[in-house]
Ligand binder design. Structure first.
Ligand code: SAM
Length: 248
């Protein structure tokens, strides 16, 4: 499992404790996605970033540890107390703050925040008409918006994945769909839309295999479904869509 989680494509993330990654995961490797998403974003210690749908705050901890930024970690499923304990364990109390809230109800400090990051969560709350404007409103003019979501290379039902499809996958939209959503937001200038290959990418297969090995080692039933789905996809449909934009 340790070897599977040391990836050349993610040098910063490779320094993180694999057991910590496994214990706190809520989906495909959150710190890998955060590392890819922020590769070209200027992050400096005096900036304040909001992390919407942070889950167990792994991306928030990564941002604070790697770049020294102050982070507000917002999530409605994980309590603020639970995340504060994890943040304290990481030695980042006072630099990362946990807020228990729906992303659309987040109230920023006066003057707003310098940036918005969201990892593997925006597809749950940004798709309704008008939601993107509400979500990006807290970002100061000139601030960065950086979002990564699971999605599909192209529109349309991937029939080769029918046997692997799960209910929540209705939220998976195409690269073009996300591009149009962001291009249609009057308050944003889209700087970059790219993808992280998911299906049959060596990294993601390794992640899925590591999850199964870890489950086995702690006496849980290996999940296996994700690895099988990635292998069945062979990079045809499944991607992570990365969107970088500037608040106008
Ligand atoms: C797949 S998990 C990813 C969590 C985390 N970002 C990560 O990568 O480990 C999706 C997250 O979206 C969050 N979420 C769902 N609906 C939300 C909403 N309306 N506002 C904020 N977060 C939401 C959930 O609480 C959950 O933590």
């Amino acid at each position: 499992m340790y070897e599977l989680l040391k990836r050349a494509a993610y040098p910063r993330s490779s320094a993180y404790d694999p057991v910590w990654l496994m214990t706190n995961m809520m989906g495909p490797c959150s710190v890998w996605l955060t590392e890819a998403l922020t590769a070209d974003v200027a992050l400096a210690p005096d900036l304040h970033v909001v992390d919407l749908g942070c889950g167990k705050a792994m991306s928030s901890i990564f941002l604070a540890r790697e770049f020294g930024v102050r982070v507000t970690a917002v999530d409605p499923w994980i309590s603020a107390d639970e995340n504060e304990a994890r943040i304290a364990d990481a030695g980042l109390s006072g630099i990362v703050d946990a807020v228990h809230a729906d992303a659309r109800a987040y109230v920023p400090p006066d003057g707003g925040v310098d940036g918005l990051v969201s990892v593997d969560a925006f597809h749950y709350f940004a798709q309704e008409p008008g939601a993107l404007d509400v979500l990006t409103d807290p970002v100061k003019k000139g601030g960065q918006v950086a979002v990564v979501v699971p999605g599909l290379r192209e529109d349309g039902w991937p029939t080769h994945l029918a046997g692997h499809w799960q209910e929540s996958f209705w939220t998976f939209k195409s690269v073009e769909w996300w591009k149009q959503l962001f291009n249609g937001a009057p308050g944003l200038r889209v700087d970059r839309v790219t993808t992280v290959d998911w299906g049959l990418s060596e990294d993601w297969i390794s992640w899925a295999d590591a999850c199964d090995q870890w489950a086995d080692s702690v006496g849980r039933q290996p999940y296996e479904l994700e690895a099988a789905m990635l292998r069945a996809d062979s990079q045809r449909s499944l991607v992570f869509v990365m969107l970088n934009a500037t608040r106008l």
